[in-house]
Ligand binder design. Sequence first.
Ligand SMILES: Nc1ncnc2c1ncn2[C@@H]1O[C@H](COP(=O)(O)OP(=O)(O)OP(=O)(O)O)[C@@H](O)[C@H]1O
Ligand SMILES: [Mg+2]
Length: 264
Amino acid sequence: MWKPSDLRRGREPRGLEHPVERDPNAPIIKLRGIEKSYKSGFGRTYVLRRVNVDIKPGEFVTIMGPSGAGKSTLLSIMGMLDGSWEGEYYFLDYPVHDLNSKERNRLNREFIGFVFQSYHLIDSMTVYENLDVPLSYRNIKRSQRKSMVADTLDRFNIVGKKDLYPSQLSGGQQQLVGVARAVIGNPKVLLADEPTGNLHTAQGLEIMELFKRLNEEEGTTIIQVTHSEANAEFGDRIINLVDGWVVDEDPYRPDAAPPEGADA
Ligand SMILES: Nc1ncnc2c1ncn2[C@@H]1O[C@H](COP(=O)(O)OP(=O)(O)OP(=O)(O)O)[C@@H](O)[C@H]1O
Ligand SMILES: [Mg+2]
């Protein structure tokens, strides 16, 4: 059985690939009572309130809600980009709440791909080099890395762009590279925060169709944040966030009351 100290010592724990014999339908992400708050004046401002969420392997889930509801915050916590929160988070049965930042980084690099609204490519690197970055963090031979990058360039139809820098690409092409970089290591979970927010309709549609294929053909679990009903249509279900609370209804109504027992 895997334990956090295996990660800490930096050796490849036998359990990292397959932490435990898992029920294939058990949630890949399990959040229990997740809270996030910031100090403000004399008190605290809550951004996430007692969030309970289960994401099953192979699901394509959409998080929606008004601006400021906590969607990006929730996604960053799921992606282990944000380490300061309360509650329990199990990722593939790993108790993320008990892990230190180094261990969380390792889980992130092994299992999670993240797509940002503003692409977040490295400007000083070519497309090829950008795709190689996530592989360079892993224990993968140089020759294998080369073939993985070549395969991905091919799969995403961007071979001709490999020596260009991000500034030499259109927004849609940059996001294509952003998605390619997120999935090159074959992550179990792809998290995307308004991935089409900066794109034209046709470019956005291309990204959504790509997500759908990744989900259906590769079985990648996808969680996207979007304001677009059309994008949400690509997913299986919607989680609605309002003022940091997960609200049950679907679709979301702006005048929704907090869930019963909530003391705002
Ligand atoms: N450093 C901080 N200090 C205080 N409050 C913060 C801080 N960072 C974020 N917040 C607050 O957290 C809340 C949720 O922010 P978040 O970015 O998760 O919203 P969102 O749902 O993604 O909104 P949008 O749709 O506009 O992207 C906001 O009210 C924001 O002001
Ligand atoms: Mg946001």
